[in-house]
Design a protein around this ligand. Sequence first.
Ligand code: DER
Length: 238
Amino acid sequence: PTQDDLKRVAAYHAVDLVQSGMVLGLGTGSTAVHALDRIGDLIRRGTLRDIVGIPTSTKTEAHARAVGIPLSDLDVHPVVDLSIDGADEVDPHLNLIKGRGGSLLREKMIEGASKRFVVIVDETKMVNLLGGSGMAVPVEVIPFCSKFTMSNLRRLFSGIPGFHLRLRTTPGDEMTPAVTDNLNHVIDLFFEDGITSDLDAVSDAILKIVGVVEHGMFLGMATSVIVAGKDGGVTEIN
Ligand code: DER
């Protein structure tokens, strides 16, 4: 099976948890797209009714609309029954790195408001140490003087071997920073040897920097992770 097949298997398993009448957090990314397609299909067949989707990005909003998932937002539905979303990395304690797609802020708001947050991944996302597979921890920062904020983030982790960072820009265009749905910039933090210090301490240190809005470490938020293996097995870790 291809990696995308595995993503679809994990997504379909997660959608088996969806019941009619649920308020659903709709994730962002190539794995979550399979969940959107499946939910839309079950609504079309009449298997799922009275579903309300809360999209975690404008991209997901557009895709959800295209497959016929009724949409709302957190102002109307401050409590979400179930969120389904992918992840860039998952550690043995179900801590996550998310945000490679730049949607981390809205994802963290919606998944933080969810009674259950089920993560869907293929096995390549499983790591022992966050950051260890070369995935960056994305940090959403306000556009105002984002290079100043970048220098503060650099100073914060300058003592860590293998640490480096970069302002995310649109592919091939070094000067135009990538802008999020919230019109903010993203700075990617790379911890080449993985984050060996306390994750909560790293999280707090990042959030204390004025100009930082949020980061892509989702600590203690996932209720369970559904992992699709290339051997065809699917395991759920709680
Ligand atoms: O950007 C994000 O937060 C995505 O959910 C990411 O974590 C997973 O994206 P993928 O399913 O395309 O790998």
